[in-house]
Design a protein around this ligand. Structure first.
Ligand SMILES: C[S@+](CC[C@H](N)C(=O)[O-])C[C@H]1O[C@@H](n2cnc3c(N)ncnc32)[C@H](O)[C@@H]1O
Length: 330
């Protein structure tokens, strides 16, 4: 459903930043988790969002934000923000903060990605086009590579990364970005139906997607939902829901390693029942998910969905599959 003139609109589509740090002296005491919460709060002011709640385990500190999520491990920082947040204003400050407070003096890799916005004209000037975002990042990084996957005149996904360095430890990221969602499912993520995040997590079936996770969830007033889930070993899932019928959008992201993502895809689709979705899977050579790309190449239909675009990219240390599906219009 398209937004009518003057109707409330929320841009669910997130900007996603992942940065891996190293120290030139290989100092084992460097740890992003030693950074004070007050410093994170200051950094998030530049982005125009704030911390709502937090959860931690032995490997990771996670934060639910007023606009999505933040995850901090020893050497990896993830910030995902939606709405009209200004995520890229935080990059310079992040690098300075990390050097000053914990001694990491090198960016080993950076990934900035997002789907095309539904209403780019509502964004801050910096985020109105990918070209402007690339110009901004190129002022800080010289060895960059920027890509667009999908259809430039329809739905697409942008990626900015570095063409040198890289991450050697096993690493993988799986994202499903969904839109045109089932209104009945979306009702669950409103205060009309659920009292709080916990109830929405249960009623929607989110709690069954990956059993055994520690969950930090939040239900916004009058609607909207965010959750972070932690698993031992530095694994997370994060889900964000914009349920308004005229701009419905849901994102699912996880770094949980899987040889095949088939089961996970089915479970997430059952919970949200989107009309359209795009999927990205990153895996480096050390990851058990490294062969998932071959498998995904053969999946041209998924129960009720037809594939439109499928692209494979080989980067310096990661391979990536981008794919887009939708329900056939009957
Ligand atoms: C923060 S959540 C999750 C956004 C996420 N990026 C997604 O996948 O849709 C956004 C939803 O919460 C609602 N919401 C209610 N109060 C909000 C607030 N103070 N800040 C941000 N979103 C709020 C929005 O209207 C929207 O439906």
């Amino acid at each position: 459903m398209a937004a009518a003139a003057g109707q409330h609109f929320f841009e669910g589509t997130e900007k996603l930043l992942e940065v891996w740090f190293t120290s030139s002296t290989n100092d084992p005491t460097c740890d992003l988790r030693t950074i004070d919460r007050k410093d994170w709060e200051k950094l998030l002011k530049l982005v125009k969002c704030e911390i709502i709640s937090s959860l931690k385990d032995e490997s990771m500190d996670s934060y639910v934000l007023s606009e999505s999520s933040m995850f901090v491990t020893k050497n990896r920082f993830i910030l995902k923000t939606c709405g009209t947040t200004t995520l890229l204003f935080a990059v310079k400050g992040l690098i300075q903060l990390v050097k000053r407070e914990c001694g990491f003096d090198n960016v080993a890799d950076i990934f900035y990605s997002r789907k095309n916005f539904a209403r780019p004209e509502l964004q801050h000037f910096l985020h109105q086009s990918f070209d402007k975002e690339v110009d901004h990042l190129d002022q800080m990084f010289t060895n960059s590579a920027a890509y667009v996957l999908g259809r430039m005149n329809k739905d697409c996904w942008y990626l900015y990364t570095l063409d040198s360095g890289g991450v050697e430890q096993p690493d993988q990221t799986f994202e499903l970005l969904m839109w045109e969602l089932c209104p009945n499912k979306m009702k669950i993520f409103t205060k009309e139906i659920c009292a709080d995040g916990k109830e929405a997590t249960q009623k929607s079936g989110i709690c069954d997607i990956i059993p055994g996770i520690k969950i930090d969830d939040f239900l916004f007033e009058p609607c909207g939902y965010s959750m972070n889930g932690l698993l031992p070993g530095g694994y997370y899932i994060t889900i964000h829901v914009t349920p308004e019928p005229h701009c419905s959008y849901v994102s699912f992201e996880s770094n949980v390693p899987q040889e095949s993502y088939q089961n996970l895809i089915k479970k997430v689709l059952q919970v949200f029942n989107p009309g359209k979705f795009l999927m990205t899977v990153f895996a480096n050579q050390a990851s058990i998910a490294r062969d998932t790309h071959k498998h995904l190449e053969r999946v041209d239909t998924i129960e009720g969905y037809q594939r439109h675009d499928h692209q494979f990219c080989s980067f310096k240390s990661y391979n990536l599959t981008y794919t887009q599906y939708s329900r056939p219009v009957i």
